[in-house]
Design a protein around this ligand. Structure first.
Ligand code: HEM
Length: 150
């Protein structure tokens, strides 16, 4: 089990790093990139590579290894349910990172890209902090109605 937990933590660290870097990279790049930065195929950006070849595979690896740990551990505590609810929100924020990469690639679609990147970065930081807090602090959460659990 410990090996799956280690794989889980390695995958989530790569996922988190790639996901945080995308809005920073898109938000910090010039709204009208200099000619030297213009690519023959606009959809061939570094942001797209990070999203498709790093963040998304790492997300899948983190989810698969986390699920294996969950099945081996048979943990159904309230904190894990809260954690997985936040992980679902993180997966939605992940898709938003894809949206800003697409907008950054399209010439006329870069308006507000800095604001969107900034908002996404704040949401990602809050979600990741909350997820790690729940999994490490494991709060009892007596207020959560749990009678429906087996
Ligand atoms: C569907 C996705 C996921 C599932 C099913 C899952 C499940 C689990 C389970 C069952 C554990 C063992 C907890 C224990 O009993 O101590 C664990 C550990 C952990 N998870 Fe996840 N997880 C998922 C995604 C994530 C994500 C996205 C993050 C962070 C952004 C994360 C952060 C952690 C951390 C830091 C630990 C280690 C806690 C420790 O040191 O004991 N997990 N995960």
């Amino acid at each position: 089990m410990v090996w799956f937990l280690l794989l889980h933590m390695a995958a989530l660290l790569i996922w988190a790093a790639a996901l945080l870097y995308i809005p920073i990279m898109v938000g910090a790049s010039p709204e009208t990139p200099p000619d030297i930065d213009k690519k023959p195929k606009p959809y061939d950006s570094v942001g797209r590579f990070l999203f498709t070849q790093v963040a998304t595979p790492a997300a899948l690896a983190a989810i698969i290894t986390g699920t294996i740990v969950f099945l081996l551990n048979r943990t159904v505590d309230p904190w894990l349910i809260m954690k997985l609810t936040l992980v679902t929100a993180l997966a939605m924020a992940h898709t938003m990172a894809g949206v800003i990469v697409l907008r950054a690639e399209q010439e006329g679609k870069r308006r507000y890209i800095r604001i969107l990147s900034g908002i996404l970065l704040v949401v990602l930081c809050l979600l990741m902090t909350a997820i790690v807090w729940f999994v490490l602090a494991k709060p009892s959460m007596e207020w959560l109605p749990m009678e429906w659990l087996p």
